[in-house]
Design a protein around this ligand. Structure first.
Ligand SMILES: C[S@@+](CC[C@H](N)C(=O)[O-])C[C@H]1O[C@@H](n2cnc3c(N)ncnc32)[C@H](O)[C@@H]1O
Length: 202
């Protein structure tokens, strides 16, 4: 059960991580470009970036939706959003909110959740809300840590411990829950790889 304490712990974590986020996380957060491509964006589209962090995906998205498109970035951490504001252009709007409690109009063409769902305490509610925010026929793209098996399992155990220290939970069935909330799910990178990439179509 998600609690206020979980949310406060995350906010504290990002208070001191926000200043070093861009400098350090490029080493572990891969396949961002593939995730943005998976949204199948075109000029004028409206996109929601849930758990947008410092806005590392913003430029890739705005390049595709153009000036007439709209990008809404949502994050629980005010410290991360302050960094994201440095990447803000006129068609980017930032909202400080809990993804699991978000109520926006269901007008989005696409929703991106890049490396955020494994951190969000109310992750089930976040997927449910995301599916309500996207219009019929729109896409929800999830990029997150997978669960590689086999010869890298020793490395994996150490990495899992590192991720747990970073408030990341890799035991969540993201694909299963996405399947319950959209009409079709495509696995673009399997859960058994370093990072899983899922596209849901509503
Ligand atoms: C690992 S970062 C990923 C940031 C960004 N999507 C990226 O790809 O670089 C996870 C982000 O999710 C945000 N987050 C965690 N829990 C959240 C929640 N409950 N509601 C909204 N954002 C949340 C964190 O504050 C953090 O900025």
């Amino acid at each position: 059960m998600a609690s206020e304490a979980d949310s406060r712990a995350l906010q504290r974590f990002y208070r001191w991580n926000a200043p070093i986020y861009d400098l350090t996380r490029w080493t572990i957060l891969h396949f961002r470009r593939a995730a943005v491509e998976a949204m199948r964006l075109s000029p004028g589209m409206k996109v929601l970036d849930l758990g947008c962090g410092t806005g590392l995906s913003f430029r890739l998205i705005t390049r595709r939706i153009g000036h007439e498109g709209v990008l809404v970035g949502v994050d629980l951490s005010a410290d991360m959003l302050r960094r994201a504001a440095r990447r803000q252009t006129r068609n980017i709007h930032l909202i400080c909110a809990e993804a699991g409690d978000l109520h926006l109009k269901p007008t989005f063409d696409a929703v991106l959740m890049a490396y955020s769902l494994t951190m969000i305490p109310k992750w089930e509610s976040a997927i449910r809300h995301a599916s309500k925010h996207v219009r019929e026929g729109g896409t929800i793209v999830i990029l997150d840590f997978g669960r590689p098996e086999g010869r890298f399992s020793m490395f994996r155990r150490a990495f899992d411990r590192y991720l747990a220290l970073n408030h990341v939970r890799t035991d969540r069935d993201l694909k299963g829950l996405l399947q319950q909330n959209v009409n079709r799910v495509e696995v673009l990178r399997p859960v058994s790889s370093y990072a899983t990439l899922l596209r849901g179509t509503r």
